[in-house]
Design a protein around this ligand. Structure first.
Ligand code: DQQ
Length: 483
């Protein structure tokens, strides 16, 4: 009920109030999921950036309870903000956090904190040793851009490694530091990644192994080799996340991309999500043997001052490598299905929709929360329009040009969600099928142009071409988590 009144979301993680941004240090430890996040305890904006690490715990990734902040800016080495970072469970079961502190001189440095009592199921208290910062800003780092340590992993030589986003001589890079004791870190001469000049800053790097076959996740320290490859994910300042599959060598600490033709500018790499999602972070959880991805979605209506909160963490997704060895596949964690209550529809609901027509899915109890699975059967592909090849590189532009109300050959067909009773406000999630050479291309779009009557709200379109064979399958299935 509360959700319906104040517009809060249902599937996504939100603290009770105030500002949150990046997911930090997700971890599964002693039967409990821990989730930390960039948090301003004093209000609904990022403010002066003197952020804390908010902390919540869960037994199922769906129901969360808040515990006290894990980190607050209290020491010389983080007094101007406890920025993003990661959690690592050390041998013997002691959880550690590596995070960026903005120190008293406003420099970005890397700090460590340890769980005070590893046996406490809530891991309420964290202590910061006085030897912090454990990694001061290197002399060749420019622009004070040195932040967001990855989860640490252990190489076969027993040393820990951590990757840190850094601007080195004006180039967005990921530096690797090694340590035997988690306290003294030494920089490896070779960076893990160096971008082009167009990307001076990189945020929230993530390096993790994936199995070449199957959907099981792997612990971060699993070495590459037969059956195991790696993923490097980077967040660029345009608020987009990009990844590349490749070979990580744990002796040299280097990463060789599987698709070098995409270049070093990560904006040409692959995307987890073509929507509005940033600063993602994944973790491995041994309970269900899966890799789970969290990501922050920020406000598009100018912030949450009126509401008292801002920012959501998109529902967690299980992540694995597709059979092509280059692309990741994801699905909402299965626990989300425990939220299903009133089943509406079913096969008996199957219906035909005329061109330009709409049919209401009646019986949805709460228009604010619905887990929709729908299959669109495409009876006839003959009327598919021919695709202008210029759109192949700009599916988002094509979604904007041909919004949900623009009539086409095959499509638009899809769902109108978050709709007001008079349909004046709605968000369209839809498809179009185009003919391209001797095959078909399926475009998927999210059209926000009618999503709100309010001014000053970002009302854009997102989109991508899908890798589906409509000629063979004749149908497209869609799952949408609404709100
Ligand atoms: N947000 C954090 C930084 C990170 C940025 C600060 C990414 O650590 O680089 O709140 O959104």
């Amino acid at each position: 009920e509360q959700h319906r009144r104040d517009g809060r979301t249902a599937y996504h993680f939100q603290p009770a109030k105030n500002w949150q941004n990046d997911p930090n240090g997700p971890m599964y430890h002693n039967g409990m999921y821990h989730f930390f996040y960039q948090y301003n305890p004093h209000g609904p904006t990022w403010g002066s950036g003197k952020l804390s690490w908010g902390h919540s715990v869960s037994g199922d990734l769906v129901n969360w309870a808040a515990v006290e902040n894990a980190l607050d800016p209290t020491a010389d080495f983080d007094i101007n903000g406890c920025y993003s970072g990661s959690a690592t469970v050390l041998p013997g079961g002691r959880p550690a956090i590596l995070y960026t502190g903005k120190n008293a001189d406003n420099e970005q440095v890397q700090n460590v904190a340890f769980a005070k009592n590893p046996a406490d199921p809530l891991l309420c208290e964290w202590e910061k040793p006085s030897c912090n910062p454990v990694i001061p800003i290197p002399a060749d780092v420019t622009g004070n851009n040195f932040r967001d340590p990855t989860e640490a992993w252990r190489g076969r030589d027993g040393l820990w490694r951590v990757g840190v986003g850094a601007e080195v001589g004006g180039l967005g890079s990921v530096l690797v530091f090694r340590s035997a004791d988690f306290l003294r870190w030494e920089r490896n001469a070779a960076p893990l990644h160096v971008s082009s000049r167009d990307i001076p800053e990189l945020e929230c790097p993530d390096l993790f192994p994936v199995a070449e076959r199957g959907t099981e996740g792997l612990d971060v320290s699993t070495p590459g080799g037969a059956g195991v490859t790696h993923v490097l994910k980077l967040s660029d300042l345009a608020r987009e996340d990009h990844y590349m599959v490749g070979r990580y060598d744990d002796a040299a600490d280097t990463f060789v991309p599987a698709e070098p033709e995409r270049g070093v500018d990560c904006r040409s790499w692959r995307r987890f999500d073509h929507g509005h999602l940033y600063a993602s972070k994944s973790f491995y959880e041994a309970r269900k043997k899966r890799r789970v991805l969290w990501a922050w979605v920020d406000e598009t209506d100018g912030g949450g001052v009126g509401r008292g909160w801002a920012g959501i963490q998109a529902f967690p997704r299980a992540l694995w490598l597709d059979g092509d060895g280059k692309r990741l596949v994801q699905w909402p964690v299965e626990e989300i299905e425990t939220l299903r209550r009133n089943r509406v529809g079913g096969v008996e609901w199957a219906t035909e929709v005329e061109a330009g027509g709409r049919k209401e899915i009646a019986g949805i109890v709460s228009s604010q929360q619905a887990d929709v699975e729908v299959v669109f059967e495409i009876a006839n592909l003959e009327e598919a329009e021919t695709l202008d090849p210029k759109w192949l590189v700009d599916p988002r532009g094509l979604c904007a040009e041909k919004g949900a109300s623009v009539h086409g050959g095959v499509g638009p067909f899809g769902l109108l969600v978050m709709a007001s009773g008079d349909l004046e406000e709605h968000t369209a999630v839809f498809f179009r099928v185009f003919r391209h050479l001797d095959t078909y291309k399926v475009l998927m779009c999210t059209d926000l142009t009618q999503s709100s009557r309010k001014e000053g709200v970002l009302k854009t379109s997102y989109g991508a071409f899908l890798d589906v064979d409509v000629e063979k399958d004749k149908f497209i299935s869609l799952r949408t988590l609404v709100s």
